[in-house]
Design a binder for this molecule. Structure first.
Ligand code: ADP
Length: 226
């Protein structure tokens, strides 16, 4: 019975991947193809029109790039590894990946001392989850905002906190978190938190998001340790 559940869960991951590829990659690719064809085949096109079409094509390429980053870069959804890894290494890797974005947005990421702890699972998946969460915080804070990364260990569990002083979310928005394609930003894919929830679930962990509009957001990831 258990095997069946695991199998169904993996199929579900593949299903979501297929949906994501269709929805987010195929559509922009079709548009890009059309735009390039227009520029190539219409001899009467003005320079301005040509520029507009090329700009649109570039924006669509960026969209494809975003979805690949949110969904596929650090962790392939399937297959995954199951290994013992150190939490602080994963935290440092995650911060390094988002650092350029944080610097661009003038957001400061602060990490306190991390107690040593070992986790079991796919470290790349956890990096993906943390990157998605940190990116959300970076997008939420205004210039000069702060993002704090804190870890506590208690009763065979680690508590990873990501706290930002960004725009926060009202109750209605919080209810929709994790819904595929739900986004409030023009550059977002609305897949980030769905992927986070899935990864946390696969690691037998829990996630809690507390937020207040205009004050900030506090995310808690609770994961079992060895
Ligand atoms: P995306 O980041 O592509 O929009 P997500 O699923 O990661 O997709 O997030 C969905 C939405 O949740 C975001 O568009 C944003 O409105 C809101 N959100 C997520 N994290 C935060 C945060 N730390 N602060 C404020 N809003 C957030």
């Amino acid at each position: 019975w258990r095997m069946k559940v695991i199998y169904a869960d993996k199929l579900d991951v593949v299903g979501h991947l297929a949906a994501a590829v269709n929805h987010e990659i195929n559509n922009p690719l079709t548009t890009i193809r059309g735009l390039i064809q227009l520029v190539k085949e219409d001899p009467g096109l003005t320079v301005e029109k040509e520029q507009t079409f090329l700009q649109l094509a570039l924006e669509e390429v960026d969209k494809v790039n975003h979805i690949i980053k949110d969904y596929l870069t650090y962790a392939r959804p399937y297959p995954t590894t199951n290994e013992v890894f150190q939490l602080d290494e994963v935290l440092h890797n995650s911060i390094n990946i988002v650092r350029p974005l944080a610097e661009m947005e003038d957001a400061l990421i602060v990490m306190g001392d991390t107690p040593a702890c070992c986790l079991m699972g796919d470290p790349k998946q956890l990096v993906q989850a943390l990157v998605n969460l940190l990116k959300n915080s970076i997008n939420a804070v205004k210039k000069g905002g702060n993002i704090e990364l804190k870890v506590k260990v208690k009763n065979k569990e680690c508590y990873i906190y990501i706290i930002d002083n960004g725009i926060g979310m009202d109750k209605a928005l919080q209810k929709r978190l994790g819904e595929p394609y739900f986004t409030t930003t023009s550059r977002g894919t609305g897949l980030g938190l769905m992927v986070v929830y899935r990864i946390v679930d696969s690691m037998k962990g829990e996630i809690k998001i507390d937020s207040r509009q205009g004050v900030g957001t506090k995310v808690l990831l609770k994961l079992p340790i060895l």
